[in-house]
Design a protein around this ligand. Structure first.
Ligand code: AP5
Length: 222
C-alpha cells in the first residue's frame, strides 16, 4: 500500500455487504471504517439536532441532507486516527457528495485510491437485510442464515446476549432504500469509472470470497 493515507470508497445497494467487508478490512489492514449510516444512527440515538432532522428521512428510506452528512463527516475526518487511511462505507451516496469528498481530499493533497462497487441482485439484498441483526453492546453484525454467532445467543465479539434489528430494515423501507439507491447512488459507478479508480466485485459470492477479492484490491494500491 502507498505511504500517504489510503482512501477507499465502498459502493453498493443496501445489504450488499459494505459494512461487513469494511469491518474485516479495518481489522486486516488497520484502515478506519467510516460509515455515515452508523454516524447518523448514533446522532438519532443521541437525539442531537442533526439526528432529529435525519430520523424521519432514514425511516422513510430516503437520503439525509448533504449538509448534515458532510458536517458529521468533517468532524470525524479531523480525528488523528484518520491518518492510517479510511474506508468509506455508504458515503458518498450522490454525485454531489462525491464532488465534496474530492474537494475535501484535494485540499489535503489526497484522492480516492479505489472505489469498489459490490454488485448484488435486488432479491439477494432483501434476503440479506431481512435476516440481519447485531449485538446491542459491540455492534458485531450477524445474519439468520449466513453468519450466526459460534455459540447461539452469545456475541462472538464481546459475549453480549442482547441483539437488535435496525428500524429501517422493514419491507417497506427496504423497497424505498433500493429505489433511492438506483436513482441517486448507482450513478457513482460511472463517476468513479471515469476517474479510473473503479473495480466491480461480484458480491453474490460468500463473505469470505468477497473479502479475498477486496484484500487483493487493497494490496494492489500503490
Ligand atoms: P446505511 O447504514 O449506509 O445503510 P445501507 O447503505 O442501506 O447499507 P446497509 O448497512 O443496509 O447494508 P450493507 O451493504 O452495509 O450490508 P451489511 O454488510 O450490513 O444507511 C442507512 C440510512 O442512513 C440510509 O438509508 C440513509 O437514509 C442514511 N444515510 C447513510 N449514509 C448517507 C449518506 N452518505 N447520505 C445521505 N443519507 C445517508 O450486510 C447485510 C447482511 O447480509 C448482514 O447480515 C451480513 O451478514 C450479510 N452478508 C453480507 N455479505 C454477505 C455475503 N457475501 N453473502 C451472504 N450474506 C452476506
Amino acid at each position: 500500500m502507498n505511504a500517504s493515507p489510503t482512501v477507499i470508497v465502498l459502493l453498493g445497494p443496501p445489504g450488499a455487504g459494505k459494512g461487513t467487508q469494511a469491518h474485516i478490512l479495518e481489522e486486516k489492514f488497520g484502515l478506519i471504517q467510516l460509515s455515515t449510516g452508523d454516524m447518523l444512527r448514533a446522532a438519532v440515538a443521541a437525539q442531537t439536532p442533526a439526528g432529529k432532522e435525519a430520523k424521519s428521512v432514514m425511516e422513510a428510506g430516503g437520503l439525509v441532507d448533504d449538509r448534515i452528512v458532510l458536517e458529521i463527516l468533517k468532524n470525524r475526518l479531523e480525528q488523528p486516527d484518520i491518518k492510517r487511511g479510511v474506508i468509506f462505507d455508504g458515503f458518498p451516496r450522490t454525485v454531489g457528495q462525491a464532488g465534496s469528498l474530492d474537494k475535501m481530499l484535494s485540499e489535503k493533497g489526497q484522492n480516492v485510491n479505489a472505489a469498489i462497487s459490490l454488485d448484488v441482485d435486488d432479491e439477494a439484498m432483501i434476503v440479506r437485510i431481512s435476516g440481519r441483526y447485531a449485538c446491542e453492546s459491540c455492534g458485531e453484525g450477524y445474519h439468520d442464515a449466513f453468519k450466526r454467532p459460534h455459540h447461539e445467543g452469545v456475541c462472538d465479539g464481546c459475549g453480549g446476549a442482547k441483539f437488535i434489528r435496525r428500524a429501517d430494515d422493514n419491507a417497506d423501507t427496504v423497497r424505498e432504500r433500493l429505489v433511492t439507491y438506483h436513482k441517486q447512488t448507482a450513478p457513482l459507478i460511472d463517476y468513479y469509472d471515469r476517474l479510473g479508480v473503479l473495480t466491480r466485485v461480484d458480491a453474490m459470492k460468500s463473505i469470505a470470497e468477497v473479502q479475498e477479492m477486496l484484500a487483493r484490491i487493497v494490496m494492489s494500491i500503490d
